[in-house]
Ligand binder design. Structure first.
Ligand code: FEO
Length: 397
């Protein structure tokens, strides 16, 4: 494999993992993912920026087979999909030093047992000269671990952003295309970045002073349409939620399904964009993506024994974990003789700072009076959404 040239002396060493099925043993990867290292060659020194998941280390070392010398390994993030091959890099290039921030140094020592004397610490705004190539280190903590940082290559205007702005997309194309990268980037954002929206907001402000020509993340292709990427992140992290309701449900004998169908119809009639998700065969990534810009979340659940259906409990737990910016939540569902489905779901989502709209739980098969209550819920949601920006999704509306 040959490194792909981004600019003079700057190369992408992208390790594609086309057939990886899950990320974090959780999020399905319909288009695979990649672990990106980069090589920056100055007139005096050479730096390798990040490495690759050890599972695919042989691809990284194939890229490096004609590289005689690595002086520095820049480590932006200690998570093993980027740092895990550093020990082998140090074994093959014994003169190389690892360059990182103090927090990442601590993590590299605990996660990989790197020796302290092999690690050079850099400050926020600190620089490293390679000879005609100046690396400037930009701390960007909590995207998505506390030690994450970026590197700005001044002369070439390349921002090496690690996970920040990444996408779950394995591809042979060096540069991203907007229509191809949008969903893989959103899938990535939803799981990894969404809980850290306030950090992202301040990092976007910090990065505004840089005239960025390329964003080179550690997953997915390099972005040369940097405005598109920065605007998407701004919208997802900072923008108002959209006029969109996510209705995520399970139905066992059809009663909850009747309620959900009525709700979806009435919402659509009222001009609310709806993403209806059957949780029976859940794609956790799809669920997470749907929550990036939804103003309302409605869980549809039957009662199993005394509580909500376990698959809706799992979805509620996931939603609470990734902290979407929804403003309103509710529950619709059914029971046979009793139970605490609503209380259980409501108690599971303390991180979602949303107003709880009056739930509709019905005994047995819904009557016309029950369906009228669903109509009222739909009308209330539509009224609450007044003034919100239009839904941006294309696929599901
Ligand atoms: Fe791609 Fe947080 O590692």
């Amino acid at each position: 494999m040959k490194p792909a040239k981004i600019t003079e002396g700057v190369f992408s060493l992208r390790v594609n993992h086309f057939n990886r099925e899950l990320f974090d043993s959780l999020i399905p990867l319909p288009e695979g993912t990649s672990y990106n290292a980069y090589l920056v060659k100055g007139s005096e020194k050479t730096a390798l920026l990040d490495t690759a998941d050890p599972e695919k280390a042989e691809v990284l070392f194939d890229f490096l087979r004609d590289v005689d010398r690595v002086d520095y390994v820049i480590s932006h993030h200690a998570e093993q999909d980027h740092s895990g091959s550093i020990p082998e890099v140090l074994r093959r290039y014994p003169g190389a030093m690892v360059v990182t921030n103090p927090k990442c140094r601590e993590f590299l020592m605990t996660h990989l047992h790197l020796p302290a004397e092999k690690i050079i610490e850099v400050k926020d705004g600190g620089t490293l000269e390679l000879g005609g190539k100046t690396l400037e280190f930009v701390y960007t903590p909590w995207v998505h671990w506390p030690e994450t940082m970026c590197t700005w290559l001044r002369e070439d205007k390349v921002l090496f952003s690690c996970d920040f702005f990444g996408s779950h997309l394995a591809t042979g194309e060096l540069f991203s295309e907007e229509h191809r990268v949008h969903d893989p980037m959103k899938r990535y954002f939803a799981e990894i970045m969404m809980p850290f929206r306030s950090n992202i907001k301040s990092h976007l402000e910090k990065l505004a002073k840089y005239d960025i020509s390329f964003i080179a993340p550690s997953h997915g292709p390099v972005h040369c349409n940097t405005r598109f990427v920065l605007d998407l992140y701004k919208d997802w992290a900072v923008g108002e939620p959209r006029n969109k309701a996510v209705v995520a449900y399970v139905s066992m004998h059809g009663s909850t399904y009747m309620l959900v169908n009525r709700l979806v119809s009435r919402l659509q009639e009222a001009g609310v964009c709806v993403e209806k998700l059957n949780l029976e065969h859940m794609d956790e990534g799809r669920v997470a993506m749907s929550l990036v810009d939804a103003a309302t979340i409605v869980i549809g659940t039957p009662t199993v024994l005394t509580g909500p259906h376990p698959k809706t409990v799992y979805a509620a737990y996931l939603a609470n974990l990734i902290r979407p910016k929804a403003k309103f939540v509710s529950v619709v569902g059914s029971f046979g003789w009793g139970g605490k489905a609503v209380e259980t779901i409501a108690g599971m989502i303390p991180n979602i700072k949303a107003e709880v709209l009056k739930p509709v739980m019905v005994k047995g098969m819904p009557t016309e009076a029950d369906l009228n209550l669903v109509d009222e819920l739909a009308a209330q949601i539509a009224q609450k959404h007044a003034g919100l920006p239009d839904c941006a999704c294309v696929q599901s509306c």
